[in-house]
Design a protein around this ligand. Structure first.
Ligand SMILES: *[C@@H]1O[C@H](CO)[C@@H](O)[C@H](O)[C@H]1NC(C)=O
Ligand SMILES: *[C@@H]1O[C@H](CO)[C@@H](O)[C@H](O)[C@H]1NC(C)=O
Ligand SMILES: *[C@@H]1O[C@H](CO)[C@@H](O)[C@H](O)[C@H]1NC(C)=O
Length: 307
């Protein structure tokens, strides 16, 4: 059945009368939930924000955007490593805005760090990302297990880190993208979980779990140009229903602590980064309030409208 047909049927269901008729956000009855027995997954399609030659231009804030966070362009294409440390937030059902209080609904949010992943600034088509998705599913009793993943050039969808790298709400996780010096044949993603009880992931902190995934620097005709770093909150569609972004979960607030190293070993901060917000009219307008704090952190709060 085509998803559009499914939505039409569901919109005539028992709960529809109580909620506004927004395509994709219709409450569903238990029996019709295609994710009832399967873990939720987001469909991570690559949709560049906008590009114009080597530099990029963000769309005006009034334009729809499924992404919020910060993007830093590196005109010399000399990004070596890009890091983020985040504490995985709880996913909750929003209680404000047009998607609020759908107790049989699904809500999600994705948090990721990327190289050449927000805009296809240099046109090489490749992107390196790692992130964590969080879910709230009313048909499964609420908050679900977060999903940690990575994605390199030529990989059509994200790949889970798997059982060797479990993550949970409240865990402090550091994700490092190693893009290597120009001409290198391999790139890598390092994921470290410091657990719930650690306040910082710097000197002295030992990860409870650590995995490193090595990937080819060029695959499927795609490679990196190492010209853009991004730290993003994104609202993706669920797999199987690509037409509509999932209703964005209430993650309250997330802070990406950032780190950037260039080929010559220089550390960079976020000076010059562009900040943007998720903006989806069907879900109430602006859904994040993102800012750069102390030139090292990207903080995004979940909001509805302009509050
Ligand atoms: C999200 O949760 C926070 C903390 O409980 C609450 O203050 C805020 O109003 C909620 N936002 C939405 C959109 O539900
Ligand atoms: C959602 O439910 C909460 C708690 O019952 C209530 O305070 C809030 O006003 C509701 N929000 C909407 C948009 O109906
Ligand atoms: C974390 O702290 C809680 C509360 O103090 C404690 O119960 C738990 O054992 C600690 N976990 C670890 C891995 O240290």
């Amino acid at each position: 059945m085509k998803p559009t047909v499914l939505f039409t049927l569901l919109a005539s269901g028992a709960y529809a009368a109580a909620t506004p008729a927004i395509p994709g956000y219709s409450p569903r009855t238990r029996g019709m939930n295609p994710h009832h027995h399967a873990p939720l997954r987001l469909l991570h399609t690559f949709t560049p924000i906008s590009t114009s030659g080597k530099s990029f231009r963000l769309l005006a804030s009034s334009t729809e955007s499924t992404k919020g966070g910060a993007i830093l362009g590196l005109p010399d294409n000399d990004l070596s490593t890009v890091r983020t440390t985040i504490r995985i937030p709880a996913a909750k059902m929003p209680t404000a805005g047009p998607t609020a209080n759908n107790t049989v609904g699904e809500y999600a949010a994705s948090f990721w760090v990327g190289i050449d992943s927000a805009t296809d600034a240099c046109g090489a088509g490749g992107s390196l990302r790692a992130g964590v998705d969080i879910f709230w599913d009313g048909t499964l009793g609420g908050q679900q297990t977060p999903f940690a993943w990575y994605q390199g050039p030529g990989q059509a969808d994200v790949v889970g880190f798997g059982g060797g790298f479990p993550v949970g709400e409240g865990d402090l996780v550091r994700l490092t993208l190693e893009a290597g010096p120009a001409g290198g044949e391999e790139i890598a993603v390092v994921a470290e979980n410091f657990g719930r009880n650690v306040t910082r992931a710097d000197e002295g902190a030992v990860p409870v779990r650590k995995v490193r995934k090595v990937l080819p620097a060029e695959a499927g005709g795609q490679k990196l140009c190492r010209g853009e770093a991004a730290w993003m909150v994104e609202d993706f569609p669920l797999q199987g229903r690509p037409e509509f972004p999932t209703a964005l979960a209430n993650f309250t607030s997330v802070t990406f602590n950032t780190g950037i190293t260039l080929d010559d070993g220089t550390e960079k901060d976020l000076t010059g980064a562009e900040v943007l917000d998720i903006q989806l009219e069907a879900q109430g307008g602006r859904l994040t309030s993102c800012e750069v704090v102390d030139d090292r952190n990207v903080k995004c709060a979940r909001v509805v409208g302009d509050n």
